[in-house]
Write a protein that binds this ligand. Structure first.
Ligand code: GLN
Length: 220
């Protein structure tokens, strides 16, 4: 069974998620309007700029329909800005930014700070046998995960060999973030601070597509 998985296509790295989903044997479709949202089995919220996507969700009349589908149990996966949108509470965002409460968590936007805008490292990720290469770009972290939220990955306490800080003079600063939560799951909603869609490693998308297949199978 090929699940139909929407990619919220208002702003951000939509194309990368399309490619990853197609490679995982799902049927990706873009979602910009309510009728498109109604037709999908699940939704990916891409990386990009969460405040811009929030504004566009309002403009396109998608905010309430999307909240309703998440409340009704639609599986979803958000990377970076997508994680921010899926949170129940967001720190360091604009006062008018909306969130979707897909996961009971508090997320801090741009949490890794200005000096270390972007970095990549390997992370242990629950459910994956080997560490995953994680690319962080002005990424959020999870400051509070609710009781029903499973933590899937944290920033390691020691720099992994091969940690690359792309910007900023103070190499090693990601360690200020040691132990921070950067991937979570609540039911069939998954969120990562980083961008699995940009590395060519399909394992997180595969986990998600498998959970969508299970959810769709259980519902029919
Ligand atoms: N900093 C961005 C935001 O606030 C997220 C960055 C990203 O998705 N790469 O939405």
């Amino acid at each position: 069974m090929k699940p139909t998985i929407g990619v919220l296509a208002l702003q951000g790295d939509v194309r990368e998620h399309f490619h990853a989903l197609a490679a995982c044997d799902a049927e990706p479709v873009s979602v910009r309007r309510e009728s498109e949202l109604e037709s999908v089995d699940a939704l990916v919220l891409p990386g990009g700029e969460s405040t811009a996507i929030s504004k566009l969700l309002e403009v396109f009349g998608l905010l309430d329909p999307l909240r309703a589908r998440l409340r009704a149990g639609m599986p979803a996966f958000g990377s970076c800005a997508g994680m921010i949108l899926l949170a129940s509470e967001v720190l360091d965002t604009r006062p008018d930014a909306q969130s979707l409460s897909g996961i009971d968590m508090t997320v801090r936007r741009n949490a890794f700070g200005r000096q270390v805008d972007s970095f990549e490292t390997d992370l242990d990720f629950t459910g994956l046998d080997d560490p995953i290469r994680a690319v962080f770009i002005r990424a959020p972290w999870v400051e509070r995960a609710g009781a029903g939220v499973e933590v899937l990955a944290r920033v390691p306490h020691r720099p992994r060999p091969g940690t690359v800080v792309a910007e900023g003079p103070s190499v090693g600063d990601p360690q200020d973030a040691a132990g921070r939560i950067v991937a979570v799951r609540q039911g069939s909603v998954i969120a990562t601070s980083f961008h699995p869609e940009v590395t060519g490693d399909l394992r997180v998308h595969r986990l998600f597509v498998d959970s969508v297949r299970a959810a769709v199978g259980a519902g029919t």
